[in-house]
Design a protein around this ligand. Structure first.
Ligand SMILES: Cc1ncc(COP(=O)(O)O)c(C=O)c1O
Length: 365
């Protein structure tokens, strides 16, 4: 059997290690996962209640168009329903964009490093990824612009950027959007936007009217705490949304996801509280890193990337043995680890373990 040649060398996505696996492998009772930027406080209680109430309807297919949820999100964002498409996580929306728009040989521009799902989906469709190094952990928009050719189809901007956590300020983003040729799509991935408190941050939704080539991605997996349900969405012009909709599977989001997201959206007090706790967690971690003499990138999402000044994969292993799962192995940043901002207690446990690990490595060195 011959696969598409472009997928032969494609790496399989490596997710953060699941808690269950680490407990079993290492015989640990208590494991803290700070590896996948989930919400440490869980989801709104009203989302849980809505999901439980929906359990009687598991035998029914969902509304493939997620009409009720779409209308609620449209009202929340101040757009129309035909500006929105839902996916099985925003991961799926990325895949649908790639499926709908890329022809083999098309070029697509993204940062190095950024969320790996852009590159993998582009390459599955035979597109060529042009990766432009970050400048001090931030998208280098001028360098990205300089790589635009007549083969460029899509430019991906992850804002805040995963894994570094940095943001592109609104002014820089608008300057960039003004310079991008109208025929090139810009996908602004705002998976973590609800966490951002910095006033220089852009809200991509309000730029949609001015830039018909813009697509904004959002998700219920992060601040809304519904990662298990797999539900995210794209917001763009009705023309772009209807094209993406052509390649969507008929029932790509579930009934549980739709009712859970609807209830979670209605509980904006919960979202506000999570944002407040996350901001306090960022300060807690930054203070501790300062005390330990470790430099970190400015964190705007619910995760932080810090230079541990040691091979990050070794620190990862040592933390894992202490029941703390984080992320390492970022090619451009071999001495940096990425940790989700946990609850105050989880952050404390993470810092205590990190301090021990770094001291032990000091002694061995
Ligand atoms: C930047 C970014 N975009 C998109 C996603 C995908 O989120 P989901 O598919 O859960 O909506 C993630 C998940 O970690 C992410 O970090």
């Amino acid at each position: 059997m011959n696969p598409k040649p472009n997928i032969v060398n494609l790496p399989v996505y490596k997710p953060g290690k699941p808690i269950e696996e680490v407990k079993k492998e290492l015989g640990l009772d208590d494991v803290i996962k700070l590896a996948s930027n989930e919400n440490p406080y869980g989801s709104s209680p009203s989302a849980r209640a809505a999901i439980v109430a929906e359990l009687d309807n598991l035998y029914l297919y969902p509304d493939g168009s997620a009409a009720e949820l779409t209308a609620a999100v449209a009202a929340h964002l101040g757009v129309q329903s035909d500006n929105i498409i839902f996916g099985c996580g925003s991961d799926e929306v990325i895949a649908l964009i790639a499926r709908a728009f890329f022809l083999p040989g098309d070029e697509t521009i993204m940062a190095d490093q950024t969320f790996s799902v852009y590159k993998s989906n582009a390459e599955i469709e035979g597109a060529v990824s042009i990766e432009v190094p970050l400048a001090e952990g931030t998208h280098d928009l001028d360098a990205m612009l300089a790589r635009v050719t007549d083969r460029t189809k899509v430019i991906w901007i992850c804002n805040p950027n995963n894994p570094t956590g940095t943001i592109v300020p609104e002014k820089a983003l608008i300057k960039f959007l003004n310079a991008v040729p109208a025929g090139v799509m810009v996908v602004l991935d705002e998976a973590y936007s609800e966490y951002v408190t910095d006033p220089s941050y852009s809200n991509g939704i309000k730029l949609l009217d001015a830039y018909p080539n813009l697509v904004v991605l959002r998700t219920f997996s992060k601040i809304y705490g519904l990662a298990a349900l797999r539900i995210g969405y794209g917001v763009a012009s009705p023309q772009i949304i209807s094209l993406i909709n052509k390649v969507r599977e008929p029932f790509n989001t579930t009934r549980l996801a739709q009712v859970g997201a609807l209830a979670a959206l209605a509980d904006q007090e919960y979202v506000q509280e999570c944002r407040r706790l996350n901001s306090a967690g960022i300060v807690q971690l930054q203070d501790e890193f300062k005390r330990l003499g470790l430099a970190s990138f400015p964190a705007h999402g619910n995760f932080i990337m810090v230079d541990v000044q040691k091979p990050a994969v070794e620190v990862f292993d040592a933390l894992l043995r202490r029941g703390i799962i984080i992320r390492a192995g970022h090619q451009l940043y071999p001495t940096y680890i990425r940790a989700t901002v946990g609850s105050a207690e989880q952050n404390k446990a993470f810092i205590a373990a990190l301090e021990q690990v770094l001291q032990e490595q000091e002694v061995r060195a």
